[in-house]
Design a binder for this molecule. Structure first.
Ligand SMILES: [Zn+2]
Ligand SMILES: [Zn+2]
Length: 392
């Protein structure tokens, strides 16, 4: 019997929060709407607070504290901590430590705290409502968080902060706008229920539904619809392969408000050292995946195509793959050359102008190689489209 088959004890505080809140919302909100009606202010506050506490989780809990994808000023860290607390998803320390285990052992049924291989229900909510051994956190992977005063303050005063953000803040706003119960119900209660389930989708749906453009070595998917409800976290396939990048939707047009906020804060000095995986590395992963998929497609449909076509396709693919490997080697050599030049330049104390000129030359050559991969990616796509007008 695997450890995952044993039924561990029920986690009552989680059950109470997770089940009483939707139930209370289902009863109280229609009743209030029937007898008193909600003010526009209550609806606006609900949407605003939902967005803000979502960003507290995605920008704060996730990208800042769990992955250290950027650094932030305390003026940003404190609001992120408070807004994340409003989402009632445990302290940053517990969340971050568990999330690092999720990345390290993704999909492992006995180690990943919310492994998608244990089914939708388990990865969505099931993992929280019992004290599964997979959920046990010893913080050995969170030494940095143990030293962060904001993280530790939140961990030590968690319940008080939860009450402040979930009762205190909505009550204050309700009183200010003159719709006390309306705001408490929408901004406090309904917002919490919506926030819970949209975030939970990152562990469930984002590991089940969508495409795998960068890797198929784990269940994580890229999905625009999930990104819409999770402030950009739906580009989960990218995130699992390049977890330290501050972007999840890496393309400029991908909907990732968390990325935009981190970037905007950096323009005014509130965030810094934003980590980005080099474009070349990203394109390389994408192209590798394309080759893998093309190979599989070719094998699966070889018997349905005339022998001559299969041979011709195989040859073209080998040719493309050789070109791909050649570009990778060339890139490796250029990188070495670049390091050597840099070292030499430091030793020679070269003039700034010469250095700038050399840097520009190198970056042009790197860019040329990135473009080459992009062109190859397009060629491969076109080739497969021509060979298989309807995908198998
Ligand atoms: Zn994941
Ligand atoms: Zn993550």
């Amino acid at each position: 019997m695997s450890p995952s088959d044993v039924k561990p004890p029920i986690n009552w505080p989680a059950i109470i929060v997770l089940f009483s809140t939707p139930l209370a919302a289902l009863i109280a909100i229609p009743l209030y709407a029937w007898f008193a009606d909600f003010s526009t202010a209550a609806w606006v506050l609900m949407v605003g607070y939902l967005f803000a506490n979502g960003l507290g989780i995605t920008m704060g809990y996730h990208r800042l504290w769990s992955h250290r994808a950027f650094e932030a000023h305390w003026l940003v860290k404190i609001p992120l901590m408070l807004l994340g607390t409003a989402a009632i998803q445990n302290s940053i320390l517990m969340w971050g430590s568990g999330h690092r285990v999720h990345h390290r052992h993704v999909d492992d049924v006995d180690k990943d705290p919310y492994s998608a291989r244990r089914g939708f229900w388990f990865s969505h909510m099931g993992w929280m409502i019992r004290d599964y051994p997979t959920g046990y956190a010893d913080f050995s992977n969170a030494q940095d968080l143990l030293k962060d005063p904001i993280v530790m303050f939140q961990h030590n005063h968690y319940i008080k902060l939860v009450l402040l953000m979930n009762f205190g803040v909505p009550m204050l706003f309700g009183w200010l706008v003159g719709d006390f119960w309306g705001v408490v119900l929408l901004m406090g209660l309904l917002r919490l229920v919506l926030s819970h389930h949209t975030t939970f989708f990152i562990n469930s749906l984002a590991h089940m539904w969508g495409s795998q453009p960068y890797t198929d070595e784990n269940t994580a998917r890229d999905n625009f619809v999930v990104a819409l409800f999770t402030y950009g976290e739906g580009y989960h396939n990218f995130h699992h392969i390049f977890q330290y990048d501050f972007r999840n939707g890496v393309k400029w047009w991908q909907y990732d408000p968390t990325k935009w906020l981190i970037l905007a804060c950096s323009w005014v000095g509130l965030t810094k050292n934003l980590k980005r995986v080099p474009d070349f590395t990203i394109r390389k992963a994408q192209l590798q995946m394309q080759f893998k998929r093309a190979q599989r497609q070719l094998e699966a449909s070889a018997s349905r195509l005339p022998m001559m076509d299969v041979e011709a396709l195989k040859q073209r693919m080998t040719h493309e793959y050789d070109a791909f490997m050649a570009t990778l080697n060339e890139w490796g050599t250029l990188k070495e050359e670049w390091y050597a030049e840099k070292k030499q330049a430091l030793a020679d104390k070269k003039q700034e102008l010469t250095l700038k000129w050399e840097e520009a030359d190198f970056s042009a050559r790197f860019k040329e190689m990135e473009n080459r991969l992009q062109m190859q990616s397009r060629r491969l796509e076109q080739m497969m489209r021509q060979a298989f007008p309807t995908p198998v």
